[in-house]
Every structure is written in structure tokens, then in C-alpha cells.
Design a protein around this ligand. Structure first.
Ligand code: HPA
Ligand code: ZN
Length: 327
């Protein structure tokens, strides 16, 4: 059997992709020109050459600089449509997209501009590609609790356009507990809850995301491997981990993909999924992540491919009837 062909063509869901992280250098320069913005990089090649990351923060600095070209509703729409075209190529049938409103509102862009542009792309992707999409609003954890509450307030007029909230940006020194009250409020509002945890931060951040934020999924979570009790809990409760192998490699979490914990997490019975995180920055979209991971970890076979696809639907926030149809 042809394992790469199976990985490419099997229907799958993507649950951990930052839409601002899908902004390719070509589109960054096109939008800069359209909006009359001058970038500090000379061109596409110079920008791409700067994508040599040593850790999460070195990536975030460039990622926020790239997002600075997004000003108009049309910019957010075009960015998301470019992602959906790639998603269709990768046989993604459902995508839950993270967006970072504070990256934009801090520059004076109204949150409504962001959400309307993205939401219109979701509608168009359903029509043009048959892909169902949903939005998850992420709070930037390097900013204050107060800023997160203000962002939630600004977003509430658009409540029907997003299904949940997440937590991203610089993990170390910004533990889950900093956002316990904001997440409690979001929970009251009936929003789905997820958080990045255990990417660069310790396994205890994964535990705290579960106990203090009451999240339903953990984004990354690979450092859970350091804590046997936590592993047992994640396995028995089927708490999904949205793992991003090429991201982990490029941000030096696992500099060599052959050392990645994904196969061990799967073997321990965790609901592991594969995702692309910031594909324009980390060297590939979802199928590239699947292919690279299976090549680096030869113990992964066709049954694991099916398991990962099934996990992506199990872990998704689609309604129960749709999930059953996909599974
Ligand atoms: N981790 C934290 N914050 C992020 C990431 C990530 O992988 N991608 C975009 N923002
Ligand atoms: Zn992420």
C-alpha cells in the first residue's frame, strides 16, 4: 500500500492553525503594497531568509511583524481564502481557525473588520470547497488579564461568529492561572475553551490549563510526556492534544523530528491530532506535516494514519451528528 497517498488523500480536520500564520511572504508584500505599508525587509527572499527561529519568541516577533500588513476586511478575507485553497488540496473537510484580535486592535484595526473578513471567507469556503470552518478567538497571554477582558467585550457583538476562545503567544512566565477569570467568563457564555500549553512551558501548565481554565483540548501539549500521572489522565479522559510537528521542529522543541514524542503519545492512548500551526512560517501545510512525521517516525503505519484522522474528527467542535457521519 502507498502510505504517502493515504496520508494525502484521507479526509481530515485541522484544529490548530493560526490564520495569521498562513500569511505567505508573497501575500505579505502584496498586502503591504495594496495598503501603502513599507516593510523593513527588502523583498520576499529577504523576509523568508529571516525565518530561522531559535525558540517561540524569535518566531513570534516575525509573526507579529508580518501581520502588520492586515488592515482592511478584504485583507483578512484574502488571507483566509488562500488558506482554504491549500486546505482543499490537503483534503481537509473541517478547519477550526485561531485568530489573534489583539494583534490587530492594538494597531487601530476594529475587531469587526477582522471578524467580518474571516467570517465571510468561512462562508465562501463552504460554498466553493465544501469545507466547514469555525473561528476560535485567541487571547495573547503576554498581555494583561484586563486587556483580555476588554477584547472579549469588543468581540461579544460578534458572538455568533466564533465558537470558542484559546490562549496563545509567549508561554513561559505567562501561566494559565493568569487567565482563569477570563476563561470562567467565557465558560459562562457557552464558548468552547482551548489553550496552548506544554509547548515550551512545563507539563504543569497542561495540568493547570485543565484544572484552572477547564479547557476541552490542549494545543501542543507535547511536554505532557514528562508527567506519567498527567499522561494517564489525558488518555483516560480522551483530552485531545493538537500537536504540530513541523512547528515543534522549527521552534527547537524537537530539533530532530525523529525524536518527536507523537508516536509515544499515540501509543499511550492519547487523542493526538496532527496540525500545521503557522504553515507559512514552519515549512508546510497539513499534508506536509503528516508526510514529514510519518517519514521521521517509521513505527507509524496506515493504522496510525486512520487513527489520527479519526482523532481529528473526535476532537473537533462540530455537532454530534456531523461527527458521527465523519467517523
Ligand atoms: N505558540 C504560541 N503562540 C503562537 C503560536 C504557537 O505555536 N503560533 C502563533 N502564536
Ligand atoms: Zn499554535
Amino acid at each position: 500500500t502507498d502510505l504517502p497517498a493515504l496520508l494525502r488523500t484521507m479526509p481530515k480536520a485541522e484544529l490548530h492553525v493560526h490564520i495569521e500564520g498562513t500569511l505567505e511572504p508573497e501575500l505579505i508584500f502584496a498586502l503591504a503594497e495594496r495598503n501603502g505599508i513599507t516593510l523593513k525587509y527588502d523583498g520576499v527572499e529577504a523576509l523568508r531568509a529571516a525565518y530561522a527561529f531559535t525558540d517561540l519568541q524569535s518566531f513570534l516577533d516575525i509573526y507579529y511583524a508580518g501581520a502588520s500588513v492586515l488592515l482592511k476586511e478584504e485583507d483578512f478575507f484574502d488571507m483566509a481564502m488562500a488558506y482554504f485553497r491549500r486546505a482543499a488540496d490537503d483534503h481537509i473537510v473541517h478547519a477550526e481557525l485561531f485568530f489573534d484580535p489583539q494583534t490587530h486592535t492594538a494597531r487601530g484595526v476594529d475587531i469587526g473588520v477582522v471578524i467580518r473578513g474571516l467570517s465571510r471567507a468561512l462562508d465562501t469556503a463552504r460554498q466553493d470547497f465544501g469545507i466547514s470552518g469555525a473561528l476560535i478567538l485567541c487571547f495573547l497571554r503576554h498581555l494583561s488579564e484586563e486587556d483580555a477582558f476588554a477584547t472579549l467585550e469588543q468581540a461579544l457583538p460578534y458572538r455568533q461568529h466564533f465558537i470558542g476562545v484559546g490562549l496563545d503567544s509567549s508561554e513561559q512566565g505567562n501561566p494559565p492561572e493568569k487567565f482563569a477569570r477570563v476563561f470562567a467568563r467565557c465558560r459562562e457564555l457557552g464558548l468552547h475553551l482551548v489553550a496552548h500549553a506544554g509547548e515550551e512551558g512545563p507539563a504543569s501548565y497542561v495540568r493547570d490549563a485543565l484544572d484552572l481554565l477547564h479547557v476541552e483540548r490542549i494545543d501542543h501539549g507535547v511536554r505532557s510526556i514528562d508527567d506519567a500521572d498527567l499522561m494517564h489522565r489525558l488518555a483516560t479522559k480522551r483530552v485531545p492534544l493538537t500537536v504540530c510537528p513541523l512547528s515543534n521542529q522549527k521552534l527547537q522543541v524537537y530539533p530532530d523530528l525523529r525524536d518527536h514524542s507523537l508516536a509515544k503519545l499515540l501509543a499511550a492512548g492519547l487523542c493526538v491530532t496532527i496540525n500545521s500551526d503557522d504553515p507559512a512560517y514552519f515549512g508546510g501545510y497539513l499534508n506536509t506535516n503528516f508526510l514529514a512525521t510519518f517519514e521521521a517516525l517509521p513505527e507509524l503505519r496506515a493504522n496510525h494514519a486512520w487513527q489520527l484522522a479519526a482523532n481529528s474528527f473526535e476532537a473537533s467542535f462540530v455537532d454530534a451528528a456531523t461527527r458521527t457521519r465523519w467517523l
